[in-house]
Design a protein around this ligand. Structure first.
Ligand code: GDP
Length: 352
């Protein structure tokens, strides 16, 4: 898929720049011919000013040579460049408002400036790269931030995880616990999804595999109380981090958000992470927006990036929430967690 996209972008950029140059040259030639005719007519009419006209003609041709070296894109030429690009972005699951932002950024970069013709392809590519890069907040290193937080504020560092059922939340929490262990940090898991049948057992299973304690109560218990217990446990046992698994769905959206707000108040988390599926298209953008507006999120982890490698979800969720995408889930094993890299998206799109 990557290769296909890269080739598509490359061939598009080459073709498109050549076409635009041709079109602009056609326009220039047309203008030149018209201007030349006007001058010649004037010269014929006024023999006395021949000399002056000759000078004007010379200056004009100088300007013209310069014009053949550079190009200025107008709206029409810009649209010719943009049309196929837009299709490629949509094909890659980039959400509409994000595509609009790329367009506007790119337009600012390209339109009404003198652009060197022989570098047009590179200029479009660089501008597009910048337009995409500008959409995303620079991610931070999760482990470093946790270590710094503990140094400043003491143990435990508390992370709340939000996301709807099936998005890969439990698996991702386990993957993060594994990552922390590898970095000599000791986590505890809080089974604060007391609503969904089997969610506590599911977390417990991961806890047993990883050798991480899971703090739990019965189904139907107050999730804020489970979170509180886990924090108390961490304080008593020199645990570095509390990872809180919250419910993904309740009777109503309002109930869910009220419960999340309560956990938020009790836990006073250091970090709130939204977990979403990269394959969920526009749904994941909506979910991220909802969680961000109601409880507030600080960062994003996208799962199942191994199933959908297009990168559109990362661009869309990152841009819509204005929060950094930190990690990508790339499989079902604990090690299948990758640091998100803005440059990678650029590479995927064949812009490097
Ligand atoms: P939850 O309901 O949000 O807690 O979701 P789970 O953690 O139970 O995950 C749902 C399914 O997605 C499980 O079968 C996981 O193995 C799978 N899953 C989670 N993350 C990834 C990932 O990054 N890639 C793939 N391919 N599958 C994943």
């Amino acid at each position: 898929m990557f290769k296909f996209l890269r080739e598509k972008f490359k061939s598009f950029l080459k073709k498109s720049s050549e076409e635009v140059i041709k079109e602009s040259e056609k326009k220039e030639i047309q203008k030149t011919v018209e201007r030349k005719e006007v001058i010649e007519k004037k010269v014929e009419e006024k023999e006395g000013v021949k000399q002056e006209q000759a000078v004007e003609r010379e200056g004009f041709f100088k300007r013209l040579t310069k014009k053949f070296v550079t190009i200025k894109l107008d709206e029409q030429l810009f649209d010719r460049i943009w049309a196929p690009l837009e299709i490629i972005l949509f094909e890659n699951n980039v959400a509409l408002p994000v595509v609009e932002s790329v367009r506007s950024n790119l337009k600012t970069e390209l339109i009404s400036h003198e652009l060197k013709k022989d570098e047009l392809e590179k200029i479009i590519r660089d501008s597009l790269k910048k337009a995409v890069m500008d959409l995303l907040v620079e991610p931070f290193n999760l482990v470093d931030v946790i270590k710094e937080g503990i140094k400043k504020e003491g143990r435990p560092y508390v992370i709340l995880f939000f996301g709807i059922n099936g998005s890969g939340k439990t698996t991702t929490i386990a993957k993060i616990a594994h990552l922390l262990q590898k970095n000599n940090l000791k986590p505890v898991l809080a089974a604060a999804d007391t609503f969904r049948a089997a969610s506590i057992e599911q977390l417990q299973k991961h806890g047993s595999k990883l050798g991480v304690t899971v703090i739990k109560q019965d189904y139907g218990a107050d999730p804020a109380a489970v979170t509180y217990d886990a924090i108390q446990y961490a304080k008593a046992h020199m645990i570095d981090i509390v990872l809180v698994d919250t419910a993904g769905r309740m009777h109503t959206q309002a109930n869910l958000m009220r419960e999340m707000e309560k956990i938020n108040r009790v836990a006073k988390p250091d970090l709130r992470i939204f977990i979403g599926e990269s394959i969920a298209g526009n749904d994941v953008v909506e979910q991220a927006k909802n969680f961000n507006n109601s409880v507030g999120i600080d960062a994003v982890v996208l799962t199942k990036a191994d199933v959908d490698e297009k990168g559109g979800a990362a661009l869309s969720v990152g841009h819509v929430t204005k929060k950094p995408v930190l990690l990508l889930g790339v499989g079902q094993e604990y090690r299948d967690l990758e640091t998100f890299d803005k440059q990678k998206i650029i590479k995927q799109l064949g812009l490097e």
